[in-house]
Design a protein around this ligand. Structure first.
Ligand SMILES: Cc1ncc(COP(=O)(O)O)c(C=O)c1O
Length: 406
């Protein structure tokens, strides 16, 4: 139905849809439904007591500062802590290379705001993170998809795509959302070399890097880029813009994340952020700093890894037991998700319809493909439910898949 408002919206609204995942999550809020849908951390890993203590301490000792406006760049001690942490991995960043954002989602939006003109092409993995596509659609981005396999983005296919003159490359190297796969070391180097050769920047989105359950830590693309440039004494001024977040290690409700970038890019992002929200909540930043300092976060992440590894293992084992032959799935070494592929002639949306009746939900993979496809794929989250619930949910899914096959 047409309303009076329809002709008033800006052109950019035309490509703004509500995220299919968010819509689906509404369906799954029923208490007896087992949901593998959202990307939610387990509520039992939130450090509620530590955050409560920190809130009280902050209000008592520095209440006026914590409740006041702050700088757009973010709370300096927090940025210093992130800089120290990042330098441990061998890349020289100062607080001037860091901007605190209200979630990585805001960072993606601000990057769209400062870089994307209508019609600009972005090279990205297909499938990729839906939230990035949602943010950049509003700026009129066009997408050039690059296929991925179990070693992440197929960089061998990049050379040709880079000739289309993209504005930047968007990549999720660790335990990618949605597939759970990790970009191999060899491909990380290849990506950095190619991006440098063609003069195309890389946006590296890394919310899950710390959540590795097996295998060796791989250097971030930004670290490889720093080494490649070989000027460790100067603050980072390379080709990569790196994003990470406290959402999966502390709590997503705090809405706290950070961008690492050359200082001149940070200055532009700061201007863009001023127009968006002036700054990220001062109180949340100070509380997060108080909780994280002194090594608590490292210990906490250790605990999260142990719990999520158990859940991942429970899901993989249950899929082995309960899924019919003909279904493939990834074996993520970390993160929150795995990715299933049904036979070509099946549609995961059909399976979902049956699954919801069996009181289990997942996300069909189609919306994660920026240029279409993936009708027979699905994303499953393993961090939220307990191992027993995961086993029961996968049993129900196995039944739904068999029924859909008939
Ligand atoms: C790849 C990726 N980027 C960004 C985000 C947004 O995270 P935040 O909670 O920091 O906004 C997510 C959240 O799931 C994600 O998976």
């Amino acid at each position: 139905m047409q309303t009076l408002w329809d002709h008033r919206y800006a052109h950019r609204i035309q490509r703004m849809g509500s995220s299919a995942v968010r819509e689906l999550l509404k369906l799954t809020e029923k208490p007896d439904l087992i949901s593998f849908g959202g990307g939610l951390p387990a509520p039992d890993v939130f450090p509620v007591d530590e955050i409560a203590d920190a809130c009280q301490r902050v209000l008592r000792d520095m209440g006026a500062r914590a409740l006041q406006y702050g700088t757009t760049e973010g709370y300096l001690p927090l940025r210093e802590m992130i800089a120290r942490h990042t330098r441990r991995y061998g890349i020289n960043v100062t607080p001037d290379n860091i901007l605190i954002t209200s979630g990585s989602q805001q960072a993606l939006d601000l990057l769209g705001k400062i870089f994307i003109n209508r019609g600009d092409r972005i090279l990205l993995e297909s499938p990729t993170y839906l939230g990035a596509i949602q943010a950049w659609n509003a700026y009129g981005a066009e997408y050039v998809p690059v296929a991925s396999d179990k070693n992440g983005m197929i960089t061998e296919a990049l050379d040709e795509r880079l000739r289309t003159g993209p504005k930047f490359i968007y990549v999720l190297p660790n335990f990618q959302n949605p597939t759970g796969v990790t970009l191999s070391l060899e491909r990380r180097h290849h990506l950095v070399e190619l991006a440098d050769r063609y003069g195309v920047p890389i946006i590296e989105d890394d919310p899950y890097g710390q959540l590795r359950y097996e295998g060796e830590h791989l250097p971030a693309v930004v670290v490889i880029d720093g080494e490649y440039r070989g000027s460790p004494e100067n603050p980072y001024s390379g080709n990569v813009i790196y994003l990470s977040t406290f959402s999966k290690t502390l709590a997503p409700g705090l809405r706290l994340a950070w961008v690492i970038a050359p200082q001149e890019v940070i200055r532009k992002l700061v201007q863009a952020k001023q127009g968006a929200d002036l700054h990220t909540a001062t109180f949340n930043q100070i509380v997060a700093y108080e909780v994280a300092k002194g090594g608590f976060l490292d210990r906490h992440v250790h605990m999260i890894r142990r719990i999520y590894k158990e859940r991942r293992d429970a899901m993989l084992a249950a899929m082995d037991s309960y899924f019919p032959p003909g279904i493939d799935w990834t074996q993520p070494q970390g993160g929150l998700f795995l990715w299933g592929t049904l036979p070509e002639d099946m549609r995961s949306a059909d399976v979902l319809e049956i699954a919801i009746k069996q009181k289990v939900a997942f996300v069909p993979g189609g919306p994660f493909y920026p240029c279409g496809g993936g009708h027979n794929t699905m994303r499953l989250n393993f961090s939220y439910a307990t191992p027993e619930t995961i086993r029961e949910g996968i049993l129900r899914m196995g039944k739904a898949i068999r029924q859909s096959m008939k």
